[in-house]
Design a protein around this ligand. Structure first.
Ligand code: DX5
Length: 233
């Protein structure tokens, strides 16, 4: 029986709320849901792993019931084990920890699954794909950072595309049910490169909020560009 081709994963657009108006986060989440996003990413920063400080679990909990779309917490924090349960309780269905912040990554990912959440791991630009080779059976997603974490509005690092392709090949070879997410500098001019390389979940912040035709146009346009690029490979 010939081995079945490994099906591509569906394209998703995930906004970062980093550029949103923090005084109106509930309304901003409602606008993102109305614009057709597939999930919402919360860029959680502790001021130590990255030189910025953002959302605690109570902030996320305060808007959880305003929308139906899934929440994921991108934990750019030095001690993810300490806070994981709080972000799950706040309503984040997926926790993305940085491999660089975990002394015992395999244990941390298993603990997130035991909390009832979906485990995921992020790789900073300089971190090789080999770091996740032995945890692909534990995660539902790997995030390849296409900027150095800490701030929105940075330039896309196109040299990450071979890294995305390398990760995709590892996933296909092992037939893992794992999404590849990219985050940083994703917009109309860069999304095709990331999707062609193998990314299927695309995080965008600035590109969504800067679109003069509004959020819905930006989401629709980015999704179409990513789907077209993924189809041609
Ligand atoms: C970096 C952040 C940003 C943000 C998206 O730590 O994670 O990548 O989500 O930023 P944009 O889309 O504005 O580059």
């Amino acid at each position: 029986m010939p081995e079945q081709p490994f099906p591509p994963r569906p394209i998703e657009i995930a906004p970062s709320v980093l550029p949103a108006d923090f005084s109106r986060l509930g309304e901003e989440c409602e606008a993102l849901e109305a614009a057709g996003v597939d999930r919402i990413q919360w860029d959680v920063m502790d001021g130590r792993f990255v030189p910025n400080l953002t959302f605690g679990p109570d902030v996320i909990a305060s808007v959880r019931n305003r929308v139906e779309v899934p929440f994921e917490a991108h934990l750019m924090v030095l001690e993810p084990d300490e806070m994981a349960a709080r972000y799950v309780e706040a309503g984040c269905g997926m926790l993305i920890v940085h491999a660089e912040a975990c002394r015992h990554l395999h244990r941390t990912l298993g603990a997130i699954r035991e909390l009832g959440a979906s485990p995921a791991v992020a790789l900073n630009p300089s971190t090789p794909v080999s770091v996740v080779r032995h945890v692909l059976d534990l995660v539902d997603l790997v995030l390849v950072m296409t900027v150095n974490p800490g701030f929105g509005g940075q330039a896309y690092i196109s040299t990450m595309e071979p890294k995305i392709a390398e990760l995709r090949q590892l996933i296909v070879d092992g037939r893992y049910e794992v999404d590849i997410e990219v985050d940083g500098g994703i917009g109309s001019g860069t999304i095709a490169g990331a999707a062609s390389a193998g990314a299927n979940i695309l995080v965008a912040g600035s590109a969504l909020y800067r679109d003069p035709e509004g959020l819905a146009h930006a989401v629709t346009d980015l999704r179409a560009r990513a789907e077209a690029a993924a189809a041609t490979g």
